[in-house]
Design a protein around this ligand. Structure first.
Ligand SMILES: C[S@@+](CC[C@H](N)C(=O)[O-])C[C@H]1O[C@@H](n2cnc3c(N)ncnc32)[C@H](O)[C@@H]1O
Length: 264
């Protein structure tokens, strides 16, 4: 049932139209967007959702876009007492704090797809590892050497906790992905890059630590009309494009895309 359906008898029609249909659930926390004009109805909206979903313990209102480098939004806790939760995805568990670390359940399919495509024995680097969803799901499925780099100390602490909770052995580096070229003596078979918005230049960093013929899963944000030009730029820079997928909208007319790339 959509959020709008839940509010049908609680808000007049003109206000109902302002409520987004959907909401995201991470662990036992629901994340909703309420427009400023409905500020005075926020508690009614939160209560309606809470009484419908027995599995939800907190309701968070997302205030800002995920603009900072840490990719964290501002949130208002409308109901419940905590922004920390445990989220389950593809057989793994993730401790995280929605107000302090980035996490999007919308990438669950991608994480399963990448983990499935990995072969035992690969050396893998995950740039922008966050609390570990790509890294942990790959290591859980395949016998690989895998290392994550993450610059947010809070996300990094959760990543360590999640590695233990999922019983996996991994390298974890609290640091800046810009310095990847200086951090490793070896090169990698595969690099996973859930890149923050507007940071496409990190693709150049990845090519300095990738084996010839190595693979990169590069996540980026584009408008549909930008894709043709971006493909040409990638090819000019020596990347072979093996696969492209639209992973869904993140803003009006802006989608998250994954490009599976191979270095010639
Ligand atoms: C889009 S999130 C992806 C997080 C996680 N991999 C996931 O899929 O949920 C980007 C992550 O990159 C981190 N980050 C941003 N800039 C960074 C940098 N220069 N070096 C390392 N990590 C960075 C942020 O703290 C954030 O956790």
């Amino acid at each position: 049932m959509s959020l709008r359906d839940l509010l049908e008898n609680k808000l007049p029609d003109e206000e109902l139209l302002l409520v987004p249909q959907g909401f995201e659930v991470i662990g036992d926390i629901a994340i909703i967007i309420i427009p400023p004009s409905l500020d005075y109805k926020k508690n009614i909206i939160a209560q309606a959702l809470m009484s419908h979903r027995q599995d939800i313990r907190s309701i968070l209102r997302k205030i800002s876009k995920l603009e900072s480098e840490k990719r964290i939004g501002d949130f208002e806790l409308l109901l419940g007492s905590s922004t920390e939760t445990i989220h389950r995805e593809n057989g793994c568990i993730f401790h995280l704090d929605i107000a302090k670390t980035f996490f999007s359940g919308k990438l669950a399919y991608e994480r399963a797809r990448i983990a499935e495509s990995v072969r035992d024995g690969e050396d893998i680097l995950v740039l922008f590892a966050g609390v570990g969803p790509f890294l942990i799901q790959i290591k859980k499925k395949r016998n690989v050497n895998i290392t994550g780099i993450e610059s947010n100390p809070v996300a990094c602490a959760y990543l360590r906790k999640n590695a233990l909770a999922n019983n996996i052995d991994t390298g974890i580096i609290l640091g800046d992905a810009n310095s990847a070229g200086n951090l490793f003596k070896k090169k990698f078979d595969r690099i996973v890059m859930p890149t923050p918005y507007g940071h496409d230049h990190f693709l150049n960093v990845s090519s300095t630590v990738l084996k010839p013929g190595g693979l990169v899963h590069f996540y980026t944000f584009k408008k549909d009309f930008e894709i043709g030009h971006f493909k040409r730029v990638l090819e000019e820079r020596g990347w072979k494009i093996n696969f492209i997928r639209n992973c869904g909208a993140v803003a009006p007319r802006v989608n998250r895309y994954v490009f599976d790339l191979q270095l010639h």
